[in-house]
Design a protein around this ligand. Sequence first.
Ligand code: ASP
Length: 223
Amino acid sequence: VEHIKNPIDLARLVMDKTPHVLLVGSGAEDFAQSQGMTLMPASYFYTQHRWDELQKALEEENKKTGTPQASSQHGYPGTTARGFGTVGAVALDSRGQLAAGTSTGGLTNKYYGRVGDSPIIGAGTYANTQSCGVSGTGTGEFFIRLSLAKSISDLMLLKGMTVQQAADQLVMHDLVALGGSDTGGAIAMDKDGHIAMPFNTEGMYRGYIDTTGKEVVAIYREE
Ligand code: ASP
């Protein structure tokens, strides 16, 4: 979608008001309007910072002859830590139900039409009340190939791992083995409220609040 202020609100409407899991493009925006959402003009989403990042990525791309898109060592656009702009959340309610949501602008300088992991259930977003909720950030192509979010849940259910062990396995081992370091991170919470937030990048904006009201926010590893 291109004109939705809060895509997770729209995803919730798709879940609650349609028999479907995913709506995309103009169909999703038509549905949003039918539910009373206002479509925002492109200018609403403009920030100087992101614009400058795009110009820089385009410049780098132009410097390289013969390679259509390669602004990183992996050949993926915007794959350094600064290129990620995900907003993700995992919540556990008082009835023990887990939910997860992820919203992103995707990678800088991506192909038009490219779909990342964030909206793909099981890749960048997943919740199963029997195991855990997960929201990921990073180079989506690797998350999709690993079915990363669902794999964390599978390791818990099938191998009896804790949420920390399972999330570490996927983010610190499998993701690094497939794409290298600097490919991303994830936040995950199990059905008992245990939280894991591993990342193989330099930093990951993250935080949590628990039932006692304790709030924690951090960016880099040592915090
Ligand atoms: N995972 C997102 C994508 O690949 C990027 C991000 O983390 O914001 O589209």
